[in-house]
Unconditional design. Structure first.
Length: 366
């Protein structure tokens, strides 16, 4: 039997290859040397391929340089066989066109750059699949198909999606579309086991709802601390006690605190961290009258109250005065003024009784 001289003439059935056991020793020796040649041909660099609509790699070689910039739409089956792997290194920019015979990752065309390498597998005669594409720049591109995931990484029992780190009980990050937790949840979960164990999930409808909101959720509580609705409304939910939103200064002193604790009024607390660390509150509905109040929280005393009817109350301190008006003397009885304006000087109290109309009363000692 003749010694095979091309890779295509080889058979996967050992008995079908030459030489046979009954043939002379010199022929067997030639066959062994040819087998070594075949091994070298499979792993060696083949001859350059000029880019064209259809390229035909030689049967000898594993890696080929592709020259030119003509788009490639097909790889011929000539000189090839099912299961053959070839690596193409591109010398320049051209387009690899996705098709049923040149299947590319994500079913999308690829624009090459000099130094990029693609690994192709012949699945059937004239039908090739790119099973790996490496860019010389180091950038990684993963193209998702029209349905399904672009990248899937193994996950622990009960989770679907992307799982990184730990064994499920230690610190980890996991992207969820999970049946292990609330049905319908889609997001990224951050969990830790060190210190106080906490698990947070960021994503769409993290409570399994249908409002399509974007949520930041503490999985250890039933409340969603932060949510953005589809209309753009932002909701910050306070805990059962404590602060819903706090803004701190560089030194750490709280300068603004928004609180909405259950069972008490909604109010804004403003803290001066410098001059005596005074805390002032703007309260809404803090009393049974539903009034608006300005309160010195440090002294636990109201300073001003406006009822729903519009009545204004000023509370005097233990010493001093509740109300103080700076001195001002109108230039004349017809001086500019608005009805209700009040001023004084050392001799008179002035009241504007109508637009640009002033009256006065003398002040006497006692």
């Amino acid at each position: 039997m003749p010694i095979p001289t091309t890779l295509e003439s080889l058979s996967t059935t050992a008995a079908s290859n030459s030489p046979s056991g009954s043939e002379q020793r010199t022929l067997a020796d030639d066959g062994l040397r040819q087998a070594y040649a075949f091994i070298k041909q499979v792993v060696s660099q083949g001859s350059d391929i000029a880019s064209a609509s259809t390229i035909t790699p030689a049967s000898t070689g594993y890696q080929f340089d592709v020259t030119g910039t003509t788009s490639i739409t097909t790889i011929a089956s000539t000189n090839s066989w099912d299961g053959r792997l070839i690596a193409l290194q591109f010398d320049g920019a051209l387009t690899l066109t996705h098709s049923s015979t040149l299947y590319l990752p994500g079913a999308a065309n690829i624009t090459t750059a000099a130094g990029d390498v693609a690994l192709f597998l012949q699945r059937s005669s004239g039908s090739w699949q790119c099973i790996s594409y490496s860019r010389k720049s180091g950038n990684v591109t993963i193209n998702a198909t029209s349905s399904g995931a672009a990248l899937t990484i193994g996950y622990p029992t009960g989770y679907k999606g992307l799982y990184l780190g730990g064994d499920g009980s230690s610190d980890f990050i996991v992207s969820l579309n999970s049946t292990a937790n609330t049905t319908g949840r889609v997001g990224i979960e951050f969990a830790r086991s060190g210190g106080t164990a906490k698990s947070w999930v960021i994503g769409n409808d993290t409570d399994g709802g249908t409002d399509n909101s974007f949520d930041i959720r503490d999985l250890t509580r039933s409340v969603i601390p932060f949510s953005i609705g589809t209309s753009g409304n932002v909701t910050i939910n306070a805990p059962s006690s404590g602060t819903a939103l706090a803004v701190t200064s560089v030194s750490g002193a709280r300068i603004a605190q928004f609180i909405g604790a259950s069972g008490s009024a909604a109010f804004v607390s403003i803290v001066d961290g410098k001059a005596g660390t005074r805390e002032w509150q703007l309260n809404v509905g803090n009393s049974t009258t539903g009034s608006f109040e300005i309160r010195d929280s440090t002294a636990a005393a109201d300073r001003l109250s406006i009822t729903s009817a519009g009545n204004v109350t000023l509370y005097a301190p233990a010493s001093g005065y509740a109300f103080n008006i700076p001195t001002q003397t109108p230039a004349s009885a017809g001086a500019s003024g608005t009805t209700g304006d009040i001023s004084w000087d050392s001799s008179y109290v002035y009241v504007c009784t109508a637009t640009n109309t002033w009256k006065r009363a003398a002040i006497s000692t006692w």
